[in-house]
Write a protein that binds this ligand. Structure first.
Ligand SMILES: *Cc1c(COP(=O)(O)O)cnc(C)c1O
Length: 401
């Protein structure tokens, strides 16, 4: 998206503002489907939690994507966006049996990630097919908070417990239709992914009722120049070939699934903020913006890097700035960044603001969550209104004491 467009959207909708480029989402979706074009049956389930706006979900529906959900509320968002329950997979962690039952009754695919619920669910509903989330204990790289494959991870049923899973299946007569893994965000290299794949395929062989194998996600996208990113084309070729061979070996055509969030939406998003104040201390020049970790928490939560540019003064002389928020906590978006000269009221643009940005926003400091805009086929659509004071008061009970 051109900076003139972004500036005009701030004029129109005010700041701070999230803007998503539908064409980038479409391009990423096409990239992954083309990379795996050798696989006869491929299903992409977009991970709703990355960016859960209903209009964005409708865009994915148009693209023929399914969705991956982690709460019953996300399931309802998907149904609201028009998804068929069959195109929704529920991959929760640590939720109640009751929630899983309610979702199963809607006709949504169920993924179970612990033995206790597997056994209880199997006893009550032996006829409802379920997918099992396996933890292959292969470490994805990246930040420790987003690696979920290690031995003490709360995610998935350990590969070492497959004999126990089989016993539960035998005892309950339940039907296992899929095997799943999601080793966490930021899979850095394809060899690691393929190692986990072998473990997963070995597990598939333990069951003769499998229809699909879900490889989760964890694709890495670039956040800055020369950043490591998943080579999806190479993965598509290598995993695609391996998968096709495996289907022959297994004697049945299986569906290969992925559930990417970040890969599909991260780069489509820009977060636009206005500079409230420039503050020079003895050693640092701070640019304070009209936002904070109430709107974008990733840099503070897992030290993620978001490239920041001054779109009001793109050709200005570059200087070093530390970009901070207006929240009464330390909320540094970026330290010592080289940015073209900033003056108060300039608009700063954050890249990679599509995934886990708005969806993690809060009302901390009683601030409003921003508006969201989708640019689709050359037109801008307001897809979420900025909050108002009524939203802050909603559900608060003003008790007469
Ligand atoms: C969060 C999540 C995803 C998406 O991960 P990305 O790194 O955004 O691609 C996929 N599957 C499950 C089960 C998840 O919890």
């Amino acid at each position: 998206m051109k900076r003139e467009l972004l500036l005009s959207l701030v004029e129109k909708f005010d700041s701070p503002l999230y803007v998503y480029d539908a064409s980038k989402i479409e391009a990423q979706y096409k990239r992954i489907t083309s990379a795996f074009s050798s696989v006869k049956s491929l299903k992409i389930n977009y991970a709703v939690k990355a960016l859960s706006n209903v209009t964005v979900l409708k865009l994915f529906k148009k693209l023929n994507s399914g969705i991956d959900t982690v709460s019953i509320q996300e399931v309802h968002l998907g149904l609201n966006a028009g998804f068929d329950p069959k195109d929704i997979i529920f991959t929760p962690n640590g939720v109640s049996l009751e929630e899983i039952e309610t979702v199963a009754k809607l006709g949504v695919h169920i993924n179970i990630d612990n033995l206790s619920i597997l056994e209880q669910f199997g006893q009550k509903y032996p006829k409802t097919p379920v997918c099992i989330r396996i933890n292959p204990h292969v470490m994805a790289g990246g930040h420790h908070k987003i690696s979920v494959g290690h031995i003490d991870s709360k995610f998935g049923i350990s590969i070492y417990q497959v004999p126990h899973i089989k016993r539960v299946v035998e005892n309950t007569g339940m039907h296992i239709n899929g095997i799943h893994m999601h080793t966490g965000s930021d899979i850095l290299d394809i060899d690691t992914f393929l190692r986990a794949t072998e473990i997963l395929l070995d597990t598939v062989k333990e069951f003769d009722t499998i229809d699909f194998v879900d490889f989760g996600s964890g694709f890495k996208v670039p956040y800055k120049e020369n950043d490591i990113q998943t080579n999806i084309e190479e993965l598509g070729e290598r995993l695609g070939n391996r998968f096709n061979d495996f289907c022959e070996e297994y004697g049945r055509e299986l569906t290969l699934m992925f559930e990417p969030g970040k890969f599909l939406v991260s780069e489509s998003g820009k977060f636009l903020t206005k500079v409230n104040v420039i503050k020079q201390t003895t050693s640092t020049v701070f640019a304070g913006i009209d936002s904070g970790f109430n709107h974008l928490i990733r840099p503070m939560m897992y030290e993620s890097y978001h490239h920041i540019t001054n779109i009001s003064n793109p050709d200005g002389r570059e200087r070093y700035y530390t970009i901070v928020g207006y929240i009464c906590e330390t909320d540094t978006f970026g330290s010592n960044r080289r940015i073209s000269e900033i003056t108060e009221d300039d608009i700063l643009c954050f890249d990679n603001a599509g995934a886990y940005c708005y969806s993690m926003a809060s009302n901390y400091n009683s601030r409003y969550r921003p508006a969201e805009v989708l640019v689709y086929k050359g037109k801008d659509y307001l897809i979420r209104e900025r909050e108002t004071f009524d939203d802050i008061l909603r559900n608060q009970v003003n008790v007469d004491l």
